[in-house]
Design a protein around this ligand. Sequence first.
Ligand code: TYD
Length: 341
Amino acid sequence: MTILITGGAGFIGSAFVRLCRSATDSRIVILDALTYAGNLSTLETDLKDSRVKFFPGKIQDATVVEGIIAAEGVTHIVNFAAESHNDRAMLEAGSFIQTDVYGVYILLEACRKFKIERLLHVSTDEVYGSIDVGEFTESSPIEPNTPYSASKAGGELQIRAAVKAHGIPAVVTRGGNTYGPYHFPEKLIPFFISRLIDGKKVPVYGDGTQVREWIHCEDHAGGILHALQHGKVGESYNVGDQNERTNMEVVKILLEETGRDESHIKTIPDPRRGAHDKRYSMTTDKLEALGWKPKKPFEESLRDTVRWYKDNEDWWRPLVATDDYKRFIKAFYGPTLGEDL
Ligand code: TYD
């Protein structure tokens, strides 16, 4: 296999690169736009491996994508490239449509032109929308509520149609909320860890009773590799770990592990307004029937993640020092955090 891993310098993409290096003998070609959330420092060790090649560029750029496929003899594509932060999409969703919908279309067009054996598209459980009780299965309706999840749903629908219209050999995975090392400090867990390490307050939206289902990035990457190797064309597979926690429960573990008390919690009016999904939950029976199972225990692995951030300040400090990061934090949290920003 020669796998093109798009978005391979990002959080879950880089976990997948590490897994492919250790668990397969494939050649690995990485394409990453190196926007704020993709960093070469994440791939420092991987890029020393002679099986790994890196190209900067966007999946929306057909010339770049097709040039790499032709020159490198790509046989498989795994698409991690995406704009993925709900809060950024609350401010501006155009870049999400560009990457998450149009970018997917460009990859599908490349699959039509070249003999790609498999396209695995990494999606999210957020395409289902919110569920108060019970669990989503792969046949639950696609009912996204946020500008971000609507863009991911748009990408998936392009794939569904391309499988039917052009016979593209595509498989989709829908992952749960993911945590672990090398996560850009803007989503709940890494954002709060970085702030708590610095003794800052953490902004909990509303009452913090929203429920998320958490999976470690290594387990998420494992599920994706399993679906790539064993999944059926045209099918979707949930990749989750049934670790449901309220946001407040997660925050309390982070406080404990960083040695901070509850005075560091600041509840703020919900900036996602009516687009904030209350609960995500899904079954993973379909992928488990193909022989996959997640392995990492949640609480212990979350505590390990906090320790990783404490031990790897060299990785995340430069990221939170950029003008882009400071601009986003100020624009999004400035009105509610005020002097606690
Ligand atoms: P997030 O990590 O952004 O993932 P997603 O939106 O994909 O679920 O958010 C997880 C939960 O944490 C979600 O309910 C929103 C909440 N949240 C906060 O309360 N405060 C924050 O600053 C952030 C980033 C998220």
